[in-house]
Design a protein around this ligand. Sequence first.
Ligand code: SF4
Length: 201
Amino acid sequence: MTAHKSAYRSLTSLARDLSRCRACAEAGYPLESLPVRAPGAGQRAYLFGQAPGIVEGEERLPWRGRAGRTLRRWLELEEDDFYATFYCASVTRCYPGRAPTGRGDRTPTPREQELCSFWRDRELELLRPRLIVTVGGLALRRLLGLASLTPAVGERYELDGTPVVPLPHPSGASGWLNDAANRERLAAATALVRDELARLA
Ligand code: SF4
C-alpha cells in the first residue's frame, strides 16, 4: 500500500516509502516494475529523466542500459562518479511497459506523471541540489513548463535560484542527433553541465 507522509525528515525515509509506491498501479495503470531507486548518497546535483527502461526496471536502478552509457559518455563521467555526482530521478519511477504500437516504451500518462511528482517535490525540498539536469523533452516540460526541447538545449535556466541545464534524451531511438545543429547544441549543453559541476567542486 502506498504511503505518503506530509513531510519527510530525510531522503532515506523518503526512499523507503518511494521504494514501495504503487500509486499508479492502484489507480489502474499497467506498470511492469517496482520503482527504481537513486543509488548513493550526498549528491549535490539532481538528474531528472523521463521514466525507467526495461533494464532499469529489472535492476531497479537508474541509467543501467545503453542510454545510460551514452549519457555518461556525453558527460565524460565514469559510472561511479556519475552516481556519486547525480541523484538520479525521473518523471515516473516504474517501468511503464511497451507502447501499444510496439515501438519503444509507453509514455506515462499525465495522471501517472502527476502522481509521481509527489516524490520529485519532496526530493528537491530535501536534497536542495546546486544543479539540475533534465534529460529529454518530457522532463523539461514537467520541471520548467517548456514545450520545446530543441531551442532549450545549450541554454541555462533557473528554478528557484538553482541552475537547470536541459539535455536531449540519449536513447538510440531518437534521430535528434542526426542534425549537425543539434550536435552543436548538445556540445554546448554538456559544456554547461561540466562548468556547473566544476563550480560545485
Ligand atoms: S511511477 Fe511513481 S507514482 Fe507511479 S507507482 Fe511508480 S513510483 Fe509510484
